[in-house]
Design a protein around this ligand. Sequence first.
Ligand code: KG4
Ligand code: ZN
Length: 341
Amino acid sequence: MSLASDNQIIILGIETSCDETSAAVLVNGTELRSHIISSQIATHQKYGGVVPEIASREHILHFQKVVQEAFTEAQVGFNHLSAIAVTYGPGLVGSLLVGVAGAKAIAYAAGIPLIGINHLEGHIYANFLTHQDLTFPLLALLVSGGHTHLIYFEDHGRYTVLGRTRDDAAGEALDKVARALGLGYPGGPQIQKAGQTGDPAAFDFPRAMLEPDSLDFSFSGMKSAVLNTLNSARMKNQTLKTEDLAASFQQAVVDVLVRKSVLALERTDAKILLLAGGVAANTLLRETLEFELVKRGVGLYYPPPVLCTDNAAMIATAGYYHYLAKDFAPWTLNAVPGLSF
Ligand code: KG4
Ligand code: ZN
């Protein structure tokens, strides 16, 4: 028996931009009927990072099964869908193409609209699924493996990027430092875990703040400071405590993210900060932001960890708002690996 009815807006979300094949069925923007994530982390772990060619092949292997499971769990079929929302960038081109081609095929066969979603917007919209009391204007701190952005939202679809990283993203820096420390991939959770028993003040790594009025980020020099510390210790045959290095680097990254967020809040009228992206799962970041924002009367919102990292529920949620705005993609929609915000 189907649970779908005519007056519902039912969106199938599809995400394949990196190393997760995911599909979700979302009803009326807030009711997540199903959410399937097939992660390739175990496959890529032995290489210390995502291997693009392997990622696309894995998506091809899992795409159909993941979509089918999402339908079965939601008790809906193609004929119940209002639209299909798919990530079309940024990401790995081969991976994105699997999702875009699959979504197009389903939408065309079912005779329903196709919606192209910017992956970065998707991350932020995970918050609209989790929290139903969000009001504009609001500020979003997007911190993922490939991006670090501060964005001011006046309304759905009306936003200004206030700052972005000039080199490494926060997650990328955490991943690279984790690899240098022999902690494995993905690095962020490993740094968090190792850092739990380390001293965050053991190493005074630089906090790159750039020009005094800049809301941009730079994590490359901070990452190099850790690598230089490791190299010079090796040359002197010294052993440094991995836990202390992890805790100190995590603290430095969090300090910069929090200080820039506070600066951005002071410059705008936003009373809400949305935290989004894989690094938003970081406990120290959440707790430090909470501490600083509560003093300023600003509300902090973030999704549960499963909706922080890549997933299709966030894509379906962003898709719902595009659907309301009748913002549909043409059949020529293509993967755009370097899509910006
Ligand atoms: O958003 P995401 O899943 O993929 C991209 O769109 O990039 O983010 C992945 C990033 C990786 O760099 C990973 O190390 C980081 O998020 N990450 C974390 C945590 N969980 C994932 N970083 C810090 N603490 C965590 N708990
Ligand atoms: Zn992502």
